[in-house]
Write a protein that binds this ligand. Structure first.
Ligand code: SF4
Length: 252
């Protein structure tokens, strides 16, 4: 198991690695940089670099974890990539179905494929499904997500690249927001956050603000969470109007 630095999960599990870019949000994909680095270091799981690869040796890992964990599935890939055969997706679901002590967070940009497979997989209550949405061009992913019978549905607006006009968060349990980080990070504005936060309040949707991404995007240069020693430190800080938002969905 890999302990994660990602603020909204505990560990990552990658039964596949590699991916293909599908939309603007993928431009500076961290998984691609990581895969290329690991490939250069000769790590077997990344023998094909960023090409989609089944990590069959990792498939049964959760069966060995006794302690209940919150698991981000495929932090370095997309489970619903068209090169992941249906039979393999079913195997991944079977592992999740058979380990109810864990909570699984699956995040995808390929919600059309989820729709295709959805009737042939079992959505046990411990599986959360989320879509990544970077701007208004891709808000349709949210509409498709709403039709999938996952118990907890969430949206990751990361990297958020524009003001989101879509405002119907009915049946959305959780919203995550993050600004892009790294040398090529694209701009991120406070108004975009406020608009989504207000919409979450209106729909009783849990709201988690992960990071500004870069210090220059944060309007409060004195935000204490910019400091690496702060218990809620995040890239560029994570306070909005002096508040930290780290809510989780209600799973009762
Ligand atoms: S879908 Fe995710 S993992 Fe795949 S290329 Fe885009 S950002 Fe990277």
């Amino acid at each position: 198991m890999n302990k994660s630095n990602i603020e909204w999960t505990e560990i990552t599990w990658n039964p596949t690695t590699g991916c293909t870019k599908v939309s603007t949000g993928c431009k500076n994909c961290y998984a691609e940089r990581w895969a290329n680095m690991q490939h250069k270091r000769g790590i077997n799981q990344y023998r094909n670099g960023f090409e989609l690869t089944l990590a069959t040796e990792r498939l049964n890992d959760p069966l060995k974890w006794k302690k209940p964990q919150i698991v981000f599935v495929n932090s370095m890939s997309d489970l619903f990539h068209d090169k992941v055969e249906t039979e393999y997706v079913k195997k991944v679901f079977s592992v999740m179905n058979n380990t109810p002590q864990h909570t699984y967070q699956i995040l995808t940009k390929r919600i059309e494929r989820v729709k295709e497979l959805s009737d042939n997989i079992f959505w046990s209550d411990n599986i959360w499904l989320g879509v990544s949405v970077e701007n208004n061009e891709f808000v349709e992913r949210i509409e498709m997500l709403k039709k999938i019978p996952a118990k907890i549905k969430f949206i990751s607006f990361e990297p958020l690249l524009g003001d989101i006009k879509y405002n119907d968060f009915t049946d959305i349990d959780w919203v995550l927001i993050g600004g892009e980080s790294g040398g090529k990070a694209r701009k991120f504005e406070k108004e975009w956050i406020i608009s989504i936060r207000n919409n979450c309040k209106k729909h009783n949707t849990a709201f988690f603000f992960k990071q500004w991404g870069k210090r220059i995007f944060n309007p409060n240069q004195k935000d204490p969470t910019i400091d690496k020693k702060h218990p809620f430190h995040a890239k560029g800080g994570c306070m909005v109007d002096n508040e930290i938002y780290r809510e989780y969905p209600n799973i009762e």
